[in-house]
Design a binder for this molecule. Structure first.
Ligand code: SF4
Length: 301
């Protein structure tokens, strides 16, 4: 195995590992297991992480909340999830929604007639075979049409779509990202909305932390406090997850972001999947697309 020198230290690199990465379910080849073990050992010697010295994005932060080791494998070592045949579906839905909201902001009346053309232009599925492409395109059409039916009455409240925000906690801890949608009700209350568009469920504690971080980001970016943060799941519009914004919530968000920043900067990428007990943590690991490399926070039977 070749090793690469980083900061004067020699450690395995992604190119070394990728050719031998393969899994059968949760089992890892012996050769790959040895390399992954060496990678884990090398983490203890790696230089202090620069990720938070520059900045981290909201989407990356989610992985750090979910499991610091997952963050490390993805963003320091560059392991990507396997290419899925449905790759592009979620992004396509988000992009179509953004255009829809933007056109509302430009004063256009939006109804279901625009959906087929939005799907045609935005839902790009380069790895899907023909039947799957048709199935996913039909699903995207249904989701967007349902969204217009269910949420069209609130379109007049839209204030921003894809608004950039930044959390700067000082000491080099900075997080940037975008909020999918911001609505201002006639009562002048601000609602911050994040869209989910796939069934890759995550622990509720991670979703709630994300919501708190969005609320904090909105307040830092605008100087104004949002009233409510909402996760709107396009697969289930009848059950949006809502949280009222309180000072305690914003404090929890700040504490969580600072804690992640300090742990990562201290090179502390523990295998700590989210979850209140071992069963929940096992569940997080089983859904983790890097479990074949990592092996999980403990051995699975
Ligand atoms: S398998 Fe579990 S411990 Fe390993 S990176 Fe994923 S969530 Fe973390």
């Amino acid at each position: 195995m070749r090793v690469r020198s980083v900061g004067g230290r020699r450690q395995p690199c992604r190119q070394d590992l990728t050719p031998v990465r393969h899994t059968e379910g949760n089992r890892v080849s012996r050769r790959y297991g040895r390399l992954a073990a060496r990678l884990a050992v090398s983490s203890a010697r790696a230089p202090a992480d620069a990720a938070f010295r520059s900045h981290t994005s909201f989407s990356e932060l989610k992985y750090a909340f979910e499991c610091p080791y997952s963050f490390k494998l993805r963003f320091l070592y560059g392991f990507n999830p396997p290419i899925a045949e449905a790759l592009g579906y979620g992004k396509g839905l988000h992009d179509a929604l953004f255009e829809m909201h933007d056109r509302v902001l430009q004063g256009e009346e939006i109804d279901g007639d625009c959906v087929p053309e939005l799907v045609e232009r935005h839902v790009y599925l380069p790895f899907a075979y023909r039947d799957l492409r048709e199935t996913l395109s039909a699903a995207a059409t249904r989701r967007l049409t349902a969204y217009i039916v269910e949420r069209g009455a609130t379109f007049a409240d839209i204030e921003h779509a894809e608004r950039p925000i930044e959390i700067d906690l000082g000491d080099g801890i900075r997080v940037t990202g975008r909020i999918d949608l911001i609505r201002r009700r006639s009562t002048n209350e601000v609602v911050v909305i994040d869209f989910k568009s796939n069934d890759r469920t995550q622990q509720e504690e991670v979703t709630d932390l994300q919501l708190r971080v969005y609320a904090l980001g909105y307040e830092q970016a605008t100087g104004e406090r949002a009233s409510e943060v909402v996760v709107d799941n396009l697969d289930d519009l009848s059950h949006p997850r809502r949280n009222g914004v309180t000072p305690e919530m914003l404090q929890q968000a700040e504490t969580a972001v600072r804690s992640v920043g300090e742990r990562l900067r201290g090179n502390a990428y523990a295998r700590q999947p989210s979850g209140g007990d071992d069963a929940a943590r096992d569940h997080t690991c089983r859904r983790c697309d890097l479990v074949g490399i990592c092996g999980g926070h403990r051995e699975f039977p």
